[in-house]
Design a protein around this ligand. Structure first.
Ligand code: DOR
Ligand code: ZN
Ligand code: ZN
Length: 400
């Protein structure tokens, strides 16, 4: 088969290493089928899926069931996170070596679901249980709880103050780094959202890699006025100072991955008044168009994007492709048109929740074709063929 790519750019297959596809548990907002369909429409060849489902992925039985559910359903390849809880710590050293596990995920602050390890004693036990790089949701639960009395029901989202408070995220990062030093366990700090954390992590590059989210590179606090509950996520969208710091870190190589933290919720849950608004924004279908738009605006180069969404996640998580430490080669390809201008429309979104915080955003640069292991799965907005997605293989795990 010959594919004409004249005038287009051919990139290694792009990966979103941070999505919540809600499967099992909440098919009204997303499933593996709809979330991976959104992914290939948006130019992604693989996603790594978070474990805070219902029930959560915290043991081999649920992990095996989730893996088995991908065949014939997933449109792109899928890596699987396993969640740490206070009660599965003894099993984590075994769980992290199960086939297709990208990482053990630790939530240090409350979020959707009830996965949480917030105290130092249990965090240290988790860090000593196993040796692969651990993925860490960096927030400090005590700090989050302490600011609850500041919440006035129904106050405008901009005024809720949470987004101004950099301490919850920074405290979470400092506490984990102290434990990482003590235990020697490498960590990947997810969704670093403050200038302070980025500065601090510069001294921990030997044990810590990090991720920045598309939202923290694209939105500032004006989003609260414009979008209300549809701007609410954890860690929160912040002001321009932090956005600039995130771009500086992306440019000088201190950031390893960019993800979407795709976290669908129903419109009803997003429109609930503060402080009961559900936290989390959709993004798996829009991350590539928006990152291409950032390329067009001169904020990063196309090779740097291919690094942040291709070789970066492969390196951080140890993703393998035919035995090599890489995703995005060997037939995983994203073809983009850097001249194509297109506006993100809500009607384009295939996630059942049906909304995007980026409706109306005009992008210069758009994914034209997604190829997964040699199969053209998306061409000019059309999803082609039966779902071919498979679980991703990782180094240091057993073979499926
Ligand atoms: O905003 C968020 N939503 N942050 C998280 O950490 C979890 C996510 C979700 O699953 O809804
Ligand atoms: Zn998180
Ligand atoms: Zn997340």
């Amino acid at each position: 088969q010959v594919i004409d790519c004249k005038g287009l750019h051919v990139l290694p297959g792009l990966i979103d290493p941070h999505v919540h596809l809600r499967d099992p548990g909440d098919a009204k907002v997303e499933t593996i089928g709809t979330g991976t369909k959104a992914a290939v429409l948006g130019g992604l060849t693989a996603v790594f899926d978070m474990p805070n489902t219902s029930p959560a992925i915290t043991d081999t039985t649920r992990l095996d069931a989730k893996r088995a559910g991908l065949a014939g359903v997933a449109h792109c390849d899928v890596g699987l996170y396993v969640g740490a809880t206070k009660t599965n710590i003894a099993g984590l050293a075994d769980l992290e070596h199960q086939p297709n596990v990208c990482a053990i995920k630790v939530f240090a602050g409350s979020s959707t679901g009830d996965l949480m390890v917030e105290d130092d004693e249990n965090l240290e036990r988790v860090m000593r249980a196993g040796r692969r790089r651990i993925a860490y949701h960096s927030e400090d639960e005590y700090r989050l709880q302490a600011r609850k009395p500041m919440f006035t029901p129904g106050m405008p989202h901009r005024n809720h103050m949470v987004w101004r408070d950099v301490e919850a995220a920074f405290l979470g990062t400092r506490r984990l780094m102290a434990i990482a030093r003590r235990t020697g366990r490498p960590a990947h700090i997810l969704h670093v959202s403050t200038a302070e954390e980025l500065d601090y992590l510069s001294d921990y590059r030997d044990i810590a890699t990090c991720e920045v989210l598309l939202n923290h590179l694209t939105q500032t606090d004006e989003a609260y006025d414009r979008l209300g509950g549809y701007a609410v996520m954890n860690p929160p969208i912040r002001d321009a100072r932090h956005l600039e710091a995130a771009w500086a870190a992306v440019r000088d190589g201190r950031v390893d991955c960019v993800g979407s933290d795709h976290a669908p919720h129903s419109r009803e849950a997003k429109e609930r008044p503060w402080p009961t608004t559900a936290a989390g924004l959709t993004g798996v279908q829009t991350i590539v168009p928006l990152m291409l738009d950032h390329v067009s605006a001169g904020r990063l180069s196309l090779p740097r994007l291919a690094d942040l969404m291709g070789t970066g996640p492969a390196r951080v998580y140890g993703a393998l492709n035919k035995g090599r430490l890489a995703v995005g080669y060997d037939g995983d390809v994203t073809v983009v048109d850097m001249k194509r201008q297109r506006t993100i429309e809500e009607s384009w979104i295939v996630s059942p929740c049906g909304w995007t915080p980026f409706a109306g955003h005009r992008c210069t640069g758009w994914p034209m074709m997604t190829i997964v292991r040699g199969n053209v799965v998306m061409r000019e907005d059309e999803v082609l063929g039966a779902p071919v997605g498979r679980p991703v293989a990782f180094a240091d795990t057993a073979r499926a």
